[in-house]
Ligand binder design. Structure first.
Ligand code: KIV
Length: 269
């Protein structure tokens, strides 16, 4: 494939093969996840928690998202780059949504992602009308954890399952090209995946979706706290800890720098 995957190519993956999305927040990890061959890279607002150490995604700002989107965009050559619209960057008005989404597109994103269902359908419509591809995000929507009563599982009771299904359908109907479905019962996720004609990318919502997304720092073992649905594929924290301990030890013992790391004054002829 020459160049980045387009939104149309991403949509055509539904029903053909499982789609892989992962987060990245900077240039080096953007290079790595792209080389690994993922289909989409999400510059998630989870950056505020996993990179900056804030207690929730409420602390992500447009400046933060634009800077990280620029860094990731410089690295990613093949995958679709999706940037999260942070808390309160789209809720107040269609105008806010369009102008802030445009800023992320100019930072190098191919599409933006917004959280919410029926309540953000008008915002999605406005952005799509302005020419900006939008990925939806329903089920557990971390930006709304205060009204949801915490980071709660969705769709355990029929009434809540129906609310999530209505949200998913509203997002598709508003013109989103794909949907992230977070922490929702597997049967509900399967039903949404069947009903929608756009790709449904799950996180903590089971096996019967069009694809999966995880937070990179959970995958590589760098998150201080990991959600129960994430899988750790590597223990990078231990690797970094060991490397820094060895470096400190070698400096203290006078082993580093060695002869190979220094240069000398030239002898005058
Ligand atoms: O910000 C993020 O990392 C996300 C994923 C959890 C899908 O939205």
């Amino acid at each position: 494939m020459a160049g980045r995957m387009s939104v149309r190519e991403f949509m055509r993956l539904k029903g053909r093969r499982r789609i892989v999305m992962i987060t990245a927040y900077d240039y080096p990890t953007g290079l790595i996840v792209d080389e690994a061959g993922v289909d989409a890279v999400l510059v998630g607002d989870s950056v505020s928690m996993v990179v900056y150490g804030y207690p929730s995604t409420h602390y992500a700002t447009m400046d933060m998202m634009a800077r990280h989107t620029e860094a990731v965009s410089r690295a990613v050559k093949r995958a679709l780059v999706v940037a999260d619209m942070p808390f309160m960057s789209y809720e107040p008005s269609d105008r806010d949504a369009v102008l802030n989404a445009a800023r992320l597109i100019r930072a190098g994103a191919d599409a933006v992602k917004v959280e919410g269902g029926e309540e953000v359908a008008d915002r999605i419509r406005a952005m799509v009308r302005a020419g900006i591809p939008v990925m939806g995000h329903v089920g557990l929507t971390p930006q709304r954890y205060l009204v949801l009563g915490g980071y709660r599982r969705r769709g355990r009771r029929r009434e809540d399952a129906e609310a999530v299904i209505r949200d998913a359908e509203a997002v598709e109907e508003a013109g989103a090209f794909a949907l992230v479905l977070e922490y929702t019962a597997e049967e509900v996720a399967a039903e949404i995946t069947r009903r929608l004609s756009i790709p449904v990318i799950c996180i903590g919502s089971g096996r019967y979706c069009d694809g999966q997304v995880l937070v990179l720092h959970d995958v590589i073992g760098l998150s201080p706290m990991q959600p129960p649905f994430a899988k750790r594929y590597a223990d990078t924290r231990s690797i970094i800890l060991e490397a820094v301990r060895r470096y400190a030890d070698e400096v203290r013992r006078g082993v580093f720098p060695g002869e190979e790391h220094v240069f000398h004054t030239k002898e005058e002829p």
